[in-house]
Design a protein around this ligand. Structure first.
Ligand SMILES: [Zn+2]
Length: 417
């Protein structure tokens, strides 16, 4: 979908009363944390049984007479209209190489049906937020904080500050086969899914409407998935999330300090150099990416894929994109082989999240340089622990498996997959 389609869809959303957004970000005056209140998400159905058994996840859904997977080919009508899809370059049904496929968007994609597509994007039926004509460009997370700190608000206003949550929330069914996740997909399939993810993020960046966009993946009930068919979600927002902005501030400070002392390495160059020199937390070092378990991993067996150069994900060429897709797939495979049935809380198949941390598209002039060197990373998080009292009370996560132990085990399974 191009910019034109984005605008026309925006109008149709704004003109429909039943589709008016109802989500809002609320500010906690003590912690200054934002919370997204989105009652529309409550209505979303789950295709998992309540005991966590995945309906149809292990068998192709067409063999399961009473189950219709909304993300399988032929069931496109069960989702919102297709916004973009990966399809064969010519009428042949399948190809062996990424170059045999193209990404179709807008009108070329909306009629895509049946098994010809290999990955398909569409708006989330139960989005956390939607586009609106109401002042998206004027939204600013910092303004309510400024007002609170300035003391200019009346008692009835100061504790109840909010901003409308507007944006775009899409789903990418990342294979036309009813598979669970990247570990079950071929390298070609994962590579094609990454083409579509990149294409959507490129469109969101080019639209000029969003300050930030990223994708994530939930696999299994324990990771928050409501659908058993492998998929990703993309969220584009006119706001840069606080966590990303906090990282941006740290990078800006690092850049300023390293210039002052004449260091040549940027933040991630220096970090990767240090991790590679130490070696204990590195799982694999490729030409363009390093896979490692971060020193202060918040969760057990947390893995990060960090690029060795500063280029935005949206600008990766096809070779680099394929290399990232291959690394992500192999990381999930190594995780599954190394840890399914190996830790007390793990069951097979293992549930996990993959989260992209992306650079903002729009920043104020103080952070432009930091945004240019901000590296897009992928974090893989197995769902092995739940936050309990200590974590809620202190804000500090307890990680029962050290990143050194996790990396040591993952290395044994890396490459044997
Ligand atoms: Zn399916």
């Amino acid at each position: 979908m191009g910019v034109g389609e984005l605008k026309s869809e925006e109008s149709s959303v704004a003109s429909s009363e039943t589709r008016a957004y109802d989500s809002e970000f609320r500010l906690d005056p003590l912690t200054e944390r934002w919370v997204l209140i989105a009652e529309g998400r409550n209505e979303r159905p789950s295709d998992f049984e309540t005991d966590g058994v995945e309906r149809g996840a292990r068998e192709p859904c067409e063999r399961d007479a009473d189950y219709q997977c909304a993300f399988c080919p032929g069931n496109e009508g069960l989702t919102t209209p297709t916004t973009a899809a990966v399809i064969p370059r010519d009428s042949c049904a399948n190809g062996d190489y990424p170059s045999d496929y193209v990404v179709a968007s807008g009108g070329d994609a909306c009629g895509v049906q049946g098994p010809s597509w290999r990955a398909r994007a569409f708006e989330n039926k139960y989005p956390a937020f939607r586009l609106s004509e109401r002042g998206a460009d004027a939204l600013d997370f910092s303004e309510p904080r400024r007002r609170f700190r300035s003391g200019e608000l009346s008692p009835s206003e100061r504790f109840f500050q909010k901003i409308d949550a507007v944006g775009r929330h899409e789903v990418v069914a990342d294979t036309n086969r009813h598979l669970r996740g990247w570990g079950e997909m071929t390298a070609l399939e994962v590579g094609l899914a990454f083409r579509l993810l990149q294409s959507r993020l490129r469109d969101f960046r080019a639209s000029g409407r969003f300050a930030h966009a990223f994708f994530f993946k939930n696999v299994g009930v324990g990771a928050g998935a409501s659908q058993p068919h492998s998929h990703c979600q993309i969220v584009a927002s006119p706001l840069t999330p606080d966590d990303v902005h906090f990282q941006l501030e740290r990078v800006a400070l690092y850049e300023k300090n390293r210039r002052a002392v004449g260091e040549t390495d940027s933040f991630w160059d220096a970090l990767l150099r240090a991790e590679l020199a130490d070696g204990r937390r590195v799982v694999a070092a490729m030409e363009e990416f390093v896979l490692y378990c971060p020193y202060a991993s918040r969760f057990p067996i947390q893995m990060e894929i960090c690029p060795r150069s500063d280029e935005p994900f949206e600008d990766y060429d096809s070779n680099k994109l394929d290399a990232l897709a291959r690394t992500a797939r192999n990381a999930v495979l190594a995780l599954q082989r190394a840890y399914e049935k190996q830790v007390p809380t793990a069951t097979a198949p293992l549930d996990y999240n993959v989260v992209m941390t992306n650079a903002p598209y729009r920043v104020n002039s103080d952070f432009e340089e930091a945004a240019r060197v901000f590296r897009p990373r992928l974090t893989i998080l197995p769902s092995l622990v739940k936050k309990a009292g200590y974590e809620h009370g202190s804000g500090i996560d307890i990680n029962p498996i050290s990143p050194e132990t996790a990396a040591s085990r993952l290395r044994k399974f890396w490459g044997n997959v």
